[in-house]
Design a protein around this ligand. Structure first.
Ligand SMILES: *Cc1c(COP(=O)(O)O)cnc(C)c1O
Length: 352
């Protein structure tokens, strides 16, 4: 892939103390961009100074939310080199999301190459302090200047980068979740499995209400029968019930998390397999009440693992006493991500 490079003339001052930078609030000096239309396919790959994107007010993305995105990270290894965790998986998922939203897909190798090239240019932005990383945010949107509801013809793919501090500077901290009984995040046949901005817009109200009541996130239940546990805010969930690891199955409305998938592979390797199945909320609550739930955590790129201290449902709080599973799987995943352990599954892609 030929990539035109326009170097910034005004490099930014990098934050000195990453632990004080709120997640996703600082961006690096450059971004990757590429355009698509049916005649030319993907073209005009470029790395340009980070900044505003020219988009017409009539562009489809603003009116019909034609947008999908990804989230992954580059990590500084103990020897100072940099690696990206499972970028092919994110590229494949972005294509699945794009396909669902009638946006163009892209060759997986080309998307990974774009990420690697940009991170290489911005290598000095990969922070070095423990627990820090460089968050990679690819996104893709339709920018036809056209309000008619016809298939899009013009799209743009962008990658921006944001250095991020440790999610838990003082170690894993269990948080309570509020079971959301009114809003639903996704339905079967809808866009739940796609990482599209619209899913987040529709989830914002419930998240804000939960936060106002002192909960970190909502626990979503399925939108069809309103009976089964799906996921939490923007993360997947796992529980140990009666000694067995379980997680909601990928039923079309649950987002197929790559951290979830990685954990399932590691648990399998440990001889502690995770069963993927429909988990009825009432059975989970009963199991918590009877002391049969020994571990509960959220799992996703941003925090990796976040233990769940309890579920608030109606007027009751169902408290969970977490065992050591959250810490164990957190250590196993993050040791591979930061290059402290051998990458025995071949998950990481080296930069430079
Ligand atoms: C991105 C995301 C996840 C977690 O996926 P990872 O690939 O592990 O980061 C889970 N749920 C939702 C709704 C998401 O958008």
């Amino acid at each position: 892939m030929d990539v035109r490079f326009e170097k910034t003339t005004a490099p930014k001052v990098k934050p000195q103390d990453m632990s004080k930078v709120p997640f996703g609030s600082v961006f690096t000096d450059h971004m990757f961009m590429m355009d698509h239309d049916p005649e030319n396919g993907w073209h005009n790959a470029r790395i340009v100074p980070y900044g505003p994107i020219p988009v017409m007010a009539g562009a489809t993305v603003f009116h019909y939310a034609a947008e999908v995105f990804e989230g992954l990270k580059a990590y500084r290894k103990p020897d100072g080199s940099v690696q990206i965790f499972r970028p092919e998986e994110n590229a494949k998922r972005m294509n699945n999301s794009a396909e669902r939203m009638a946006l163009p897909t892209m060759d997986v190798d080309m998307m990974v190459e774009a990420m690697v090239k940009l991170v290489e240019v911005e290598k000095d932005w990969v922070p070095t302090d423990p627990g820090t990383s460089l968050y990679i945010r690819p996104f893709l949107y339709a920018n036809d200047e056209d309000l008619s509801l016809h298939p899009y013809t013009k799209s743009t793919f962008v990658i921006i980068l944001s250095p991020v501090g440790p999610y838990f500077p003082d170690g894993l901290k269990p948080v309570p979740l509020l079971v959301e009984e009114e809003d639903v995040r996704a339905v079967r046949g809808g866009t739940g499995y796609a990482k599209c901005g619209g899913n987040y817009a529709g989830a914002m109200r419930a998240g804000a209400r939960a936060e106002a009541k002192g909960y970190s996130q909502v626990l979503w239940i399925d939108g069809v029968e309103r009976k089964y546990v799906e996921e939490a805010g923007g993360m997947n969930v796992m529980f140990r019930i009666d000694g067995k690891m379980v997680t909601p199955e990928l039923n079309g409305s649950v987002l197929p998390g790559i951290t979830r998938k990685s954990a399932i592979e590691i648990f399998e390797d440990w001889g502690d397999p995770v069963e993927e199945k429909a988990i009825p909320l009432d059975e989970l609550l009963a199991a918590i009440k009877e002391g049969r739930v020994s571990d509960a955590f959220m799992i996703g790129t941003a925090a990796v693992i976040c233990p769940i201290s309890g579920l608030a449902y109606g007027d009751d709080l169902y408290e969970i006493n977490n065992g050591d599973t959250a810490q164990k799987i957190y250590d196993a995943i993050t040791d591979i991500q930061w290059g402290r352990a051998e990458d025995k599954y071949g998950w990481c892609v080296q930069v430079g």
